[in-house]
Design a protein. Sequence first.
Length: 389
Amino acid sequence: MSVAWRGFVRRRRAGVLAAVLLACCGLHSKTARADLFDKYSMMEVFELPVGSSAMDTLPDGRIVTLVDADVFLEDAPGARTFSNVGTLPLADIASFGAAFVAVSPDGTRIAVGNNGGASFVDFRVGVFDFPSLTGGWIAADHFVAAWVDHQRLLVAVSDFTNGSSVAMLDAGDVDPANWTFTTVITNIGGASGGVALDGSGNLYTANGFASLGPSGTGDIRVFFSSDWMQVLSGGLALDFEAVGVPVVDILSGSPLVFDGEGNLLVGGGDTAPDDDAVAIIRASAVADALAGMGRVDVNDGLKVRRVDPIADNDFNFFSCETNVALGELYVRDFGSGTVYVYRDPAGVPAVGAWGAVCMSLGLMCIGTVVVQRRTDRAGCFSSAGVEVR
């Protein structure tokens, strides 16, 4: 049996085990309460500071947003009031706002995409300590981004005509001139979609608008952490069209975010009726796809739920963010500062944390576990000498 085939079988068996674990967790939690997939309800509406573009949340639940180059921070978790904490140094932000702001997992840094700047063609990504806002910029194409750890950032790079990609920005050095880019996913047959990591470091990205194909708009695929992290050690970039594992095809696959229970949230829009909503993909359905059971059936209401906070308008193009600390889902229409808040009306009881633990443990079983002497070789997805592979 070849090494490649043994690896496939190993991942397939582990994936099935993960799906079983997740199913067990689901059965346990349903005896106490429905999970967030079922319980998300639109509970309130609030306004970001006037002119806000991108937003993200700190680990404690406070929201960070940008108005031009000014950084605004929520005064307290759930306060819905904001204060200006400073201006990004040497910033050149496009007139329609930043492409993204992303908070590092430990809350000590933010990354910003300038959306091409005033000229619309001078694309730069900045990384800054937070809240001091000391840092710098590097020339880099970008669409959206997601942190791996406190120094490494996955950046979706959009190229509609030549095929898009996902690159790793290593911003560990204090001097931006020494930051490095490594392409990890290539040949996305269209514009970029979102990029996200699950609790085991598996990488999800999408075709945001089909051109070259053969994947279509909203085709979301996953790359196991053991595979894409090998690229960082000198391996070849992974081909989206050839080796990405299909998860689901819905909306335009951007943004992509996970909530605290492992449900996958998807924004954007495709041609009707695949539009005008945010999609929630149940955690167990995602696990089934990772286990090799095929794409999630978007017409199965037990696996996919759509929410539309503006029911009297059929032409919205929604983005979404999650606030794991508060158990909230934020939905915004394109270009709007109005935020629609979804959460469990009963709050976030302790069993919700148990569900998140089950999700993390289940997904970790998708790879094998290798005990080694060094810890944290690949970043925040390994600990105590045990590396998830």
